[in-house]
Design a protein around this ligand. Structure first.
Ligand SMILES: Nc1ncnc2c1ncn2[C@@H]1O[C@H](COP(=O)(O)OP(=O)(O)O)[C@@H](O)[C@H]1O
Ligand SMILES: [Mg+2]
Length: 498
């Protein structure tokens, strides 16, 4: 058999085979083996290249001699591949993923999967499917994902810094926008405001402080969490009357100032504290005044249906961001519940995708935040109401595992830390131990896509979104050169004197 790449050896299982190979096969490539159930397509997840002669540590002289002997003896090259079954070929061609029930016979022939076969598996057509890249090992084969699954079953993008998380999100945002979907991105780094896709809406979130409780209000204006007495004082002046006052901030500050000058009723420390809290509030209003809006009706007012909405939270503190995410998610979920139940007045008549970047800041494993509960709730029940999450993080092991295991789809790349690799294996069956160990060697944009948004898992070279400019590494040397070239008038002598 001329196109044979190898022979099945050892104890083959229906889902996983080991084979000796004629030549090296790359992780992420595809092979086909015939079984009684019909041909099965496998993805190669691990590959070892062993020389029996060169196994042992030895002196250089010996190794040099052994090397010559080894190179003359083809039997001394043992190439072992490990591959996982993706499904029965004939079923996959019909769009169904059926696992084999019988393993191939030991000795069965392992053949490369043809591009045509892979094209029909990965290149689904139709308006629900969007192309996102090419198979990393088969650059001719386009890979499509099912956007409906992103919009209903949640997606986690888990990859080391610089491996293309934001790029993939930009790509998805572009596709969602082309299909007039509604997306809300909490832009933690302020990097999506340069994204040039049609109809994108860049905006700052708005929150009405009247609807917050005292603790939230303290977080919002930036009273430190350990400043218990300051927080207590704020709570004291944050009365129902203040909540309902026309001039909300004026009312709070008025009360604090009254305390500050009232030496009959308050001790010196309390009066000083009232001054400090006033200063904190005034400073907060200077810096974040546009975000806290006591006249805002609903946080949803700044969001536009059928558009990609970028909510810039990059200037906010972590606590403020958590409050914002909490409020928006609560409102979005409630609104979609109303819509699905046919109650009037719902804003979103169709599903909404919510994106949380740097998710470990909002949904950490070791503690609760103001928004972790609502994120977990949407992960559990959002599907019923058409609210889905895209969770993005470079430190998956710091995320809440229960919530992440609710994600229907995964895009994974470049995780180096064993804890992160283990986490990924825990939350998805699609990344085996072998595949996990190849994660660190992936380049930017090379990602494992697995789960419900793709027919079968794949190692994909994701398209680069040219429209996304910010967040790229700066080309410092080039920028220096250009600035220098545009005229620096100092002579070296002048510079020494400076
Ligand atoms: N699909 C891709 N193809 C080519 N290069 C990419 C791709 N994705 C990312 N990159 C490169 O990697 C850089 C970092 O990507 P980015 O999406 O910002 O990573 P992350 O958000 O994971 O830190 C980009 O500026 C780009 O140069
Ligand atoms: Mg990023």
């Amino acid at each position: 058999m001329s196109d044979e790449v190898g022979i099945v050896i050892g104890e083959a299982r229906p889902d996983r085979i080991e084979f000796v190979a004629k030549y090296p096969v790359r992780v992420g490539d595809y092979v086909v083996v015939d079984t009684e159930d019909g041909p099965i397509v496998y993805m190669v997840e691990g590959f070892r290249n062993i020389s029996e002669l060169l196994q042992n540590e030895t002196d250089y002289q010996t190794a040099d001699e052994v090397r010559r002997a080894s190179s003359k003896n083809p039997r001394d090259r043992v190439r072992i591949g490990i591959a996982r079954a993706l499904g029965l070929v004939n079923e996959l061609l019909e769009g169904r993923r059926i696992y084999p029930t019988l393993p191939p016979e030991p000795g069965a022939s392992v053949k490369p999967a043809g591009d045509d076969l892979l094209k029909s598996i990965y290149g689904s057509e139709g308006k629900r499917w969007v192309g996102v890249g090419y198979l990393l090992r088969r650059p001719e084969v386009r890979v499509s994902i099912n956007l409906n699954m992103v919009a209903s079953r949640h997606l986690a993008i888990l990859a080391a810094t610089g491996k293309g998380k934001s790029n993939l999100l930009a790509l998805l945002a572009k596709k969602v926008s082309e299909r007039h979907g509604t997306m809300v991105i909490f832009d933690y780094h302020g990097e999506y405001d340069q994204l040039r896709i049609p109809g994108i809406k860049i905006t700052i979130p708005k929150i009405n402080p009247r609807y917050l409780d005292a603790e939230e209000l303290a977080d919002l204006v930036g009273v430190r969490r350990d400043a218990e007495r300051q927080r207590g004082l704020l709570q004291q002046v944050y009365t129902q009357e203040v909540r309902e006052a026309e001039d909300f901030w004026g009312a709070i500050i008025g009360r604090l100032q009254a305390i500050a000058v009232d030496d009959n009723n308050f001790d010196f420390q309390t009066r000083i504290r009232a001054v400090s809290v006033t200063e904190i509030i005034n400073r907060a209003l200077t810096v974040w005044g546009k975000v806290f809006d006591p006249s805002a009706r609903s946080p949803l007012d700044v969001i536009v249906n059928n558009r990609v909405n970028v909510l810039d939270i990059s200037e906010l503190t972590e606590y403020q961001s958590q409050i914002i995410v909490d409020r928006y998610l609560e409102e979005i979920l409630q609104d979609r519940k109303n819509a699905v139940r046919g109650e009037g007045g719902a804003k979103f008549k169709s599903p909404v995708i919510v994106v949380i970047e740097e998710a470990h800041a909002f949904l950490p494993s070791e503690r609760r935040t103001r928004c972790s509960e609502i994120i977990a709730r949407i992960a559990r029940e959002g599907r019923k109401f058409g609210v889905s999450l895209i969770i993005i993080s470079q430190r998956p092991s710091k995320l809440d595992a229960d919530t992440i295991s609710q994600m229907g789809s995964f895009a994974i790349s470049g995780l180096i830390h064993p804890k992160d690799q283990n986490f990924v294996r825990e939350v998805t069956d699609d990344v085996s131990e072998e595949l996990g160990t190849s994660l660190p060697s992936l380049n930017p944009g090379e990602m494992i896509l697995a789960g419900q948004f793709i027919k079968v898992p794949a190692l994909v070279k994701v398209d680069l979104v040219e429209e996304k400019l910010i967040g790229r590494d700066l080309d410092a040397v080039d920028l220096w050169e250009r600035e220098y070239g545009s005229g620096s008038d100092y002579s070296t002598e002048e510079l020494i004197k400076l």
